[in-house]
Ligand binder design. Structure first.
Ligand code: COA
Length: 477
């Protein structure tokens, strides 16, 4: 089912190795680690320790001897072990001196959590220039400043001051906004979304989306990449890097600051120069990034792209046990550039034999409100075999006799027999209380499952768009 990757890809090994120091460090120093509960320097040490990072953790603070039971060092230079990653969380004026100490110690990667740089006018700009120069002089890559940090689920690394840690999953996510990142984390728990790597890029003075994608495309845990972007400071680098990667990994982006008011807000948030929105649209289209406008759609697309194959065409079958959601899905197909498939004569004849006489006899395939798993199984099998169908959306509303979990098992079982994409909406269910198991089963087995038909159509549209992009870049699938 998964896309073939790495066929003829020439990765940029230098960048990958540099970014590996951020996501797979052996030892981490926290410069500005604090003994005081609730301070950022305390939370970061606690997150590293409590979420299960197994490498070395070295708190640095000249006033303390021990933080959360770990020995504390007055300066990073007094740590004998090699440090791969420094996390800097001291006030802005102290950052240049302390980041230089990290560079001089031979640290290859630094996350600057501190805010108060390029986003804060002339004084901040000067400090920002200073840290950029120090990074270059000492050959140290810098993430931030003004960022939340990063996370990687494979090694239980929470190098951030977020209050929680994501579930494991296939999505690599880069957010220029730290607050968006934490809000999305909360949303991900409700929706069963999992991540491989997450990074907050803040002011993007050095490490940017392009560098991170270079790493993600070579990370076996990452199957799709989501970007929340306010600005792209190095446009050419971004374009080149995506062009090299896009056939190997699907990318979906939310680019905010589309309106004048939004662009002004972005400028004071991360110092972003937003640029013309039309130019972003054109650039994304050229390099094969799928654009998204809302969070729910964004993650539905990312989940579909992580596990479902590209669609060969835009002819979609809808299987539903309720008329209304089927009609809504049919309307949405048109909005998303898809079309209702004309079922083959063979499919109609097959379904005539197994469905009640009152079935819709056309697409959307209404298997009728009292449908149990067998009717869904028959309809989905027939659509998989139908040469007129390129992708299938399965909608289930929970009535008293509905079997949400068993139907989810059937969908997953059949998914393994086809190279057509399948998306699903398991709707409602609070009254019967039995829908959640089915939803979890679909989520855990790679069928993007959402709450409403329109989002299931958007997930399917991402699979169609992915096919179009791959064909445009000369890839066979
Ligand atoms: N080496 C190491 N630690 C040092 C130090 C040095 N040379 N000099 C001072 N410190 C210690 C301080 O003593 C303090 O520890 P303590 O609490 O045990 O006394 C710690 O570093 C932090 O310094 P402090 O002056 O207390 O700063 P702070 O914690 O109030 O603020 C930041 C520091 C980074 C949190 C703050 O400047 C900031 O930027 N906050 C916003 C962060 C943010 O929102 N980022 C964007 C997210 S999206």
């Amino acid at each position: 089912m998964l896309l073939t990757r790495f066929s003829d890809f020439q990765p940029n090994f230098q960048t990958i190795n540099q970014i590996r120091c951020f996501f797979e460090p052996r030892n981490i120093a926290v410069v500005g680690a604090s003994t005081q509960y609730g301070k950022i320097g305390n939370i970061i040490v606690s997150n590293l320790f409590n979420f299960g990072f197994e490498g070395g953790i070295f708190p640095i603070n000249p006033k303390a001897t021990e933080i959360l039971g770990l020995p504390c060092y007055p300066s990073i230079k007094q740590v004998d072990d090699e440090i791969d990653l420094s996390i800097i969380c001291v006030p802005p004026k102290s950052v240049p001196t302390l980041i230089r100490e990290s560079g001089e110690k031979g640290v290859k990667a630094a996350i600057i959590i501190t805010a108060g740089f390029g986003e804060l006018g002339e004084e901040g700009q000067k400090l920002q220039q200073e840290i950029i120069s120090i990074g270059k002089q000492t050959n140290m890559r810098i993430l931030g400043p003004n960022c939340l940090g990063l996370m990687r689920t494979a090694n239980k690394l929470n190098a951030s001051f977020a209050g929680n840690f994501p579930n494991k999953g296939p999505i690599g996510f880069v957010s220029q906004s730290g607050a968006m990142l934490t809000a999305i984390l909360d949303y991900s728990f409700e929706e069963g979304i999992g991540f491989s790597n997450i990074a907050s890029t803040g002011n993007k003075v050095d490490v940017d989306d392009a560098d991170l994608i270079n790493y993600f495309v070579n990370d076996e845990n990452t199957k799709s990449v989501g970007l929340y972007i306010e600005s792209i400071p190095k446009g050419r680098k971004f374009m080149d890097s995506i062009l090299q990667s896009i056939t190997k990994i699907p990318i979906v982006a939310i680019k905010s600051g589309r309106s004048l008011a939004g662009a002004e807000a972005a400028s004071s948030h991360t110092g972003a120069l937003a640029g013309s929105d039309k130019a972003f649209d054109a650039a994304f289209e050229q390099i094969g990034i799928q654009r998204s406008y809302y969070i729910e759609e964004f993650f539905a697309k990312l989940r579909a792209l992580a596990y479902q194959p590209p669609a060969r065409g835009n002819r979609i079958a809808i299987i539903t046990n309720a008329g209304g959601p089927g009609v809504m899905a049919a309307d949405s197909l048109q909005d998303e550039g898809l079309t209702l498939a004309h079922l083959s004569k063979q499919t109609i004849e097959t379904l005539d034999k197994v469905l009640p006489a009152t079935w819709s006899r056309r697409n959307p395939i209404d298997v009728i409100g009292d449908a149990k798993t067998d009717r869904y199984y028959a309809a989905l099998s027939a659509c998989i075999k139908d040469p007129n169908v390129d992708g299938i959306i399965v909608i289930l509303t929970a009535q008293a006799m509905t079997e949400p979990y068993e139907t989810a098992l059937a969908v997953v079982d059949l998914m393994y027999s086809t190279d057509k994409p399948i998306t699903a909406a398991w709707i409602g269910g609070a009254s019967t209380g039995k829908i959640a198991d089915g939803e979890d089963y679909l989520d855990d087995h790679g069928v993007p499952e959402v709450q409403f038909p329109h989002t299931a159509v958007q997930a399917m549209a991402a699979c169609y768009e992915r096919g179009r992009i791959l064909r445009r870049f000369g890839e066979k699938f």
